[in-house]
Design a protein around this ligand. Structure first.
Ligand SMILES: [Ca+2]
Ligand SMILES: [Ca+2]
Ligand SMILES: [Ca+2]
Ligand SMILES: [Ca+2]
Length: 354
């Protein structure tokens, strides 16, 4: 059957084009990159069919086998002839080829998270997504799902945490670490923020930092140190009153000061080594005691005792300032034992006959 009277295939029109001497134009798709041409064989008058590229290059010629048709690349070849495969092209009547125009200009609805690629006639999943969308058929019931990059054996984040996100993933560092390229390195909070209060030191440690009072200062906190911003919020260091404790030892006076304290010996004691020992005021000689008295050391302090024949008695410590031991005039006081004349002397007296 010859359909020569049919409307000839216009290679510049969208359509479905039939090979051979039959033309079955159904305008559905675009005619864009290829042309169809039928030429008569000079020897036997048979028709030879060609698919030509736009620049005239023969892509398909005189084939009885649809398997040789260049499916893909915008061509879809269909064979519906019951005589397909016969020797003569005349018997191959209902070959037709659909040539798609710009794929993405069609009313193409690609799956969510995919993009239409005109040159490949596909919808391709966006980066970070994968799914069933690999060819034209993907338009129906296709999908592009987020790739869980963190779910594989290899951690794309190296030594840091992998966090899957929609369409991508991230590699957040743990708290207290910052990115340095691909690595997570500890943040030196002490260097950046001075997060510790007065009278404390800041110690940077992996993932956090620690505040501790300097020597001489204490905190009312249960722990002597705090760790991290939350725990150190409100952390304070106060001067320690060391004198509230027996830090100086015996015979001392403790004096508290900001960040420290001092120990002094009480009066009558002096520091020897780390101890306050009694001062032996009577060494050397008689020490602070006046003439005609005997010095006796005591703990603390000392005493001056007037010798026999001298008045004044005794004094203890500070009482001995200006203390004297005056001679007793036994002759005048009548305490002498002379039967004759009495002659007073320093510290005693003498008797003589009248
Ligand atoms: Ca992801
Ligand atoms: Ca740190
Ligand atoms: Ca103190
Ligand atoms: Ca003494």
């Amino acid at each position: 059957m010859n359909n020569a009277d049919d409307e000839p295939a216009d290679p510049n029109q969208p359509g479905r084009h039939t090979f051979g001497s039959y033309k079955d134009i159904v305008c559905e798709y675009g005619w864009n990159n290829y042309q169809l041409e039928s030429r008569q064989n000079a020897e036997n008058s048979s028709l030879v069919n060609y698919i030509l590229s736009k620049d005239g290059k023969v892509i398909y010629e005189d084939s009885h086998s649809a398997a040789n048709f260049p499916n893909g690349n915008g061509l879809k070849v269909f064979v519906s002839s019951p005589n397909y495969g016969a020797a003569s092209l005349f018997h191959v009547r209902n070959f037709y080829v659909e040539i798609l125009k710009d794929f993405c200009d069609e009313e193409i609805t690609c799956a969510a998270n995919s993009i239409c690629e005109s040159g490949n006639y596909t919808c391709t999943c966006n980066a970070g997504y994968s799914g069933s969308c690999e060819n034209v058929d993907c338009l129906v019931d296709s999908y592009c799902d987020d790739i869980d990059e963190c779910g594989g054996i290899v951690n794309p984040c190296g030594n840091s945490t992998c966090e899957n996100t929609e369409g991508s993933y991230s590699c957040p560092c743990q708290t207290g670490f910052n990115h340095d390229g691909d690595n997570c390195v500890d943040v030196d909070e002490c260097d950046l923020d001075s997060p510790c209060p007065d009278f404390s030191t800041c110690n940077n440690i992996p993932s956090t930092f620690e505040c501790g009072c300097i020597v001489g200062y204490v905190t009312p906190y249960v722990n002597e140190t705090c760790r991290g911003f939350d725990a150190c919020d409100g952390f304070e260091c106060f001067d320690e009153d060391e004198c509230a404790f027996d830090v100086c030892g015996e015979n001392t006076i403790c004096t508290n000061s900001a960040g420290s304290y001092s120990c002094n010996c009480v009066e009558g004691f002096q520091l020897r080594g780390n101890e306050c020992n009694d001062i032996d005021e009577c060494t050397p000689d008689s020490g602070p005691c006046p003439d005609f008295s005997t010095c006796e050391n005591a703990v603390p302090s000392f005493g001056c005792f007037c010798q026999a024949g001298f008045d004044g008695g005794f004094c203890i410590g500070n009482e001995c300032t200006n203390f004297t031991c005056p001679d007793i005039d036994e002759c005048a006081s009548g305490t002498h034992l002379c039967e004759g004349l009495c002659l007073n002397t320093v510290g005693h007296y003498t008797c003589s006959c009248p």
